[in-house]
Write a protein that binds this ligand. Structure first.
Ligand SMILES: [Zn+2]
Ligand SMILES: [Zn+2]
Length: 170
């Protein structure tokens, strides 16, 4: 805990956000809604709590499927996801090939993604070096970077094996 995640495995495997962390984030969300004049509803707060517990990356449809028994409308889900994004609790990643996925910002560092266009598998990696390079390039062009989105699209190791491609692990 608290250490910077180095490997992709650590990043994608550990979602150790303690319950207090989630409760605090839900409180922050409630505060955000109030300050911005949005309605504070039990459904929104309940969805927020569920979302923050959701491991890894998920689509709005995944979330809707997970909450199906609770009769939450897709519109409410989209609205809540967008509000959570505005509140800085959620990040929306527009992945080429597989579409948008969301991920919690709690306890996560900025990271890059490798996206499998075949099975939708997402591998996270520490993008510090790539980002540093981008900052340098931007600087050389007098460009002020506001955001970096680092993603690679291709085939994951599993799909390469399935396709019979010879793959030599490092
Ligand atoms: Zn794959
Ligand atoms: Zn991610």
């Amino acid at each position: 805990m608290g250490k910077s995640a180095k490997s992709s495995l650590e990043l994608s495997g550990t979602r150790a956000v303690p319950p207090e962390g989630i409760a605090e984030a839900v409180a922050r969300f409630e505060d955000f809604l109030r300050r911005r004049g949005f309605k504070v509803t039990r459904t929104r707060l309940w969805i927020a709590e569920r979302v923050l517990k959701f491991p890894g990356h998920f689509s709005a449809a995944d979330l809707w499927g997970a909450l199906r028994d609770h009769r939450v409308s897709m519109a409410t889900i989209y609205q809540t996801l967008e509000l959570m994004e505005q509140a800085g609790l959620l990040r929306r990643c527009a992945f080429r090939g597989i579409g948008a996925r969301y991920e919690s910002c709690l306890g996560r560092e900025h990271h890059g993604h490798l996206v499998c266009r075949r099975c939708g598998n997402i591998v996270e990696f520490d993008d510090g070096k790539v980002e540093a390079l981008l900052v340098k390039i931007a600087g050389a062009h007098g460009f002020r970077l506001e955001e970096t989105v680092i993603q690679g699209i291709g085939l994951c190791a599993e799909c390469r094996r399935t396709e019979g491609e010879r793959w030599v692990p490092r």
